[in-house]
Design a protein around this ligand. Sequence first.
Ligand SMILES: C[S@@+](CC[C@H](N)C(=O)[O-])C[C@H]1O[C@@H](n2cnc3c(N)ncnc32)[C@H](O)[C@@H]1O
Length: 387
Amino acid sequence: MTQPFGPIEAPPSLDLLGPQGPEIARLFTRPFLVMHRASALYTARTCLLLLFDLGWEARLRSGTTLDDLCRGLPEQARKPLAWMLPFLVTEDLLSREGESFILKGGPDLDLAGIREAVEIEAPGHGVNFDLLDGVRSHIQPFFTEGKAGEGLLFDLALFPLWLTYFRNENLGYFPNNLLTLLALRQDLTPGTRVLELGAGAGSFAQLVARQGAEEGWISRIAEYRFTDVAPTFLRRAQRDLKFIAPGLPLTFQALDLNRPLGDQGIAAESLDVLIGINVVHVAQNLEAVLLDLRSRLRLGGRLILGECLKSSLEHPVYQEFFFSFIRSFTDVELDPRWRPVHGFLTPEAWVDALAHAGFRNIESIPPPRPLMDKHPSFNVGAITAWA
Ligand SMILES: C[S@@+](CC[C@H](N)C(=O)[O-])C[C@H]1O[C@@H](n2cnc3c(N)ncnc32)[C@H](O)[C@@H]1O
């Protein structure tokens, strides 16, 4: 069959995946690898089409620098454009000559062909592309009128797509949850008090309930505090989780990790495990947030971060496209020592930040190197750090 996204990466060999390798290896099915590649390509084509929508094709054809493109635009346009232009180079849709980005020839920007091929190989995953289409159709006022990305991308039209995206059935999202679950299950002792930050649509809690019951360890969790900053997620979880995550001793609470947790009712040293899946990177001041999180854990408690990881800080990954418009992702305090860039980090940058905040025995599932050197597109991991 012809497929429009070029060669699909081979799965990593078992020896690269560490002690939990056999369970992790099951992620690398043909549909997963197809989805992963197709998502990168669909994102790149969407990016370039967005630049065309904005009327910039001629400028790209004659070659433009980031500074030129940003001239006359709201200041907020710079960060997403600074991400998009190099990303388009890595996906061979633009060329780079010095500081100039140039569009050459007639690039293949077919989206329907990608969708059709994915529908055959990974049926039911169109939502990942719907979200990208949603960004393209909603985001123009971010550039033209300086409107905030949050309002444009989390509106009522796109919210249901997010709920469909954050599901264990979504091969593009499931690895975050599975790797975090493997980390949680390890060293899980009876009476464990868990708090999940940014628990959102509840897909992780659901996985814990299901797999914990099947494997007989759910009873070791004495308390599972489900928290999120967004009332919409929280209300929905409160309504549905007792049915879809049975057996988990749930409580619900609004919690903003950017405000001191003590002021929000979380006592010092009151937790055994703190979990955050793709959320702690929105810490405005990562140093302060990690110190705060550590202080909420008893000595010997664990912080487990399920994070999208980058093989190098300069290497753009397609998952960043959407978030490059969101201020909580881009506008964080930087420090070259423990917060070198905004957004997703390398495994090494996380280790530096966590060690700086006093965490010990920081380890990742799977071990990130040499895995990410050999498979730079494998960009997720669960990092455990002991208080
Ligand atoms: C990538 S989603 C994680 C989704 C969740 N793990 C799931 O499976 O549905 C990130 C979540 O973090 C929440 N969030 C964003 N900023 C936050 C903050 N400052 N404090 C706490 N949660 C936050 C969002 O509302 C969202 O639900």
